[in-house]
Design a protein around this ligand. Structure first.
Ligand SMILES: Cc1cc2nc3c(=O)[nH]c(=O)nc-3n(C[C@H](O)[C@H](O)[C@H](O)COP(=O)(O)OP(=O)(O)OC[C@H]3O[C@@H](n4cnc5c(N)ncnc54)[C@H](O)[C@@H]3O)c2cc1C
Length: 389
């Protein structure tokens, strides 16, 4: 198993090792079967809750098991090494939803949802994307009209991870259509069981087949004032702040996919013989292994750097985008090389790298495409330059 030799503190190493053991014992044995059946990994998520993996961003006072951002990233990477699907369910739940409630929820909302989320009885979904608003999230159209005691939400969300299994949805809607980006959108906590919420069937997709995405239709769904996250009109800032944090999680997921691809490639190339010798003896194969290992170390450094900045309370948006961009493009490359190194066997389901190949692609798309990450990075660079002119 490939390891990056870097100084993590003993607590972080303990989290990494415990999650690795959990992933190997509980997630990995069922990962191919879940993928083949396109089945939500409910038992794995319940088991993950038992070891604290659903409460990583929830304060202790609300029943959680809070960890520093580096440890959270290590946990996502280790789980993704076994199953990218399970990793993204954990990442959306912890980083996009539980964190949103913990940071921006009213005392009532925190008390209602966080203890249940920490023990896995309530899974989180994050509903921002709409049919006409993906990368341009500020242009969402779901409308929240002020009514007696709160708001009524109407509109359509698409691609919402875990929606069919969610116990709570963080949904974004327009409260002031006349306002510019800032002030236009508000974040709400919505109960999927309530009137006016309809969850569509799971979409058929290319990879991460054990995770689900569904459309959500809101039709005059009543949300109380207490269920507003942060301030009315402050939703876009909340959405973007959560996505910066989420991008560290997706970068870690991508690193996990790349690490699994490298592990399988090292193992296979050492045992597969052609022309009378292991294929690992051929320089063409060695260079692939060396390039992926080097890039994986670089990806981990970028991820841990962004996570450390987050823990230090320093702005980390550009660094999170750099980590996500680099790690996701690495995941696609590493999975592709793993299939190549396995030759024809890599194309078969039974050798495991075919799933990595399908799972890697989404990391370049969700929580901001690679094009959007480059945009965020460039904006950060240019903003740094501006004062010097
Ligand atoms: C499996 C899966 C899970 C998802 N989970 C969630 C979820 O839980 N919650 C949620 O809210 N959303 C979720 N999404 C949605 C996801 O975040 C969006 O698909 C993604 O942000 C891209 O939006 P889009 O698909 O509308 O593509 P578009 O925005 O239409 O982009 C199409 C292409 O144009 C490019 N492009 C767009 N704007 C620019 C620009 N300014 N400069 C250069 N290129 C540009 C893009 O990079 C892309 O290549 C999920 C999607 C998938 C597939």
């Amino acid at each position: 198993m490939y390891e990056t030799q870097l100084p993590l503190d003993p607590d972080q190493l303990a989290i990494r090792d415990a999650t690795r053991e959990f992933a190997a014992g509980v997630v990995a044995p069922r990962a191919d079967a879940r993928d083949a059946a396109e089945e939500f990994p409910a038992e794995e998520i319940a088991a993950a809750a038992e070891v604290g993996l659903l409460g990583m961003t929830i304060p202790e006072e609300h029943g959680g098991f809070p960890l520093d951002a580096v440890s959270v990233a290590l946990a996502y990477e280790e789980v993704a090494r076994a199953s990218a699907s399970v990793s993204v369910i954990l990442s959306v739940h912890n980083t996009l939803v539980a964190q949103a409630l913990a940071e921006h929820g009213t005392a009532e909302i925190k008390a209602q949802y966080l203890p249940e989320m920490a023990v896995g009885r309530c899974i989180g979904a994050y509903a921002l994307t709409e049919p006409e608003a993906g990368s341009d999230a500020a242009s969402i159209r779901t409308r929240a009209v002020a009514v007696d005691g709160g708001f009524e939400l109407s509109g359509e969300k698409v691609f919402i991870s875990s929606a069919g299994h969610a116990g709570v949805i963080v949904a974004f809607a327009v409260t002031d259509p006349e306002a510019r980006t800032s002030g236009r959108i508000t974040a709400f906590v919505v109960d999927p069981e309530q009137d006016g919420v309809e969850i569509g069937p799971p979409e058929k997709k290319l990879g991460i087949l054990a995770s689900e995405i569904c459309a959500i239709h809101f039709d005059q769904c009543h949300v109380r004032y207490e269920a507003v996250l942060g301030d009315v009109g402050g939703g876009f800032g909340i959405a973007m702040g959560l996505l910066s944090s989420g991008r560290i999680g997706i970068a870690a997921q991508a690193a996990g996919i790349a690490a699994a691809a490298l592990d399988k490639s090292l193992e296979y190339s050492a045992s597969r013989k052609q022309f009378g010798q292991p294929i690992a003896e051929f320089q063409a194969i060695q260079w692939k292994l060396a390039d992926i290992a080097t890039a994986l170390d670089a990806a981990r450094l970028l991820i841990w750097n962004a996570a450390r900045l987050k823990d230090a309370g320093v702005a980390y948006g550009r660094e999170a985008s750099q980590a996500k961009l680099f790690a996701s493009e690495l995941a696609v490359r590493a999975a592709n090389e793993a299939v190549q190194i396995h030759g024809g066997y890599g194309y078969l389901k039974s050798y495991g790298v075919e799933r990595l190949y399908r799972d890697a692609k989404i990391t370049e798309i969700y929580e901001g495409t690679s094009e959007i990450q480059r945009l965020v990075i460039a904006r950060g660079l240019l903003a740094q330059e501006r004062p010097r002119r």
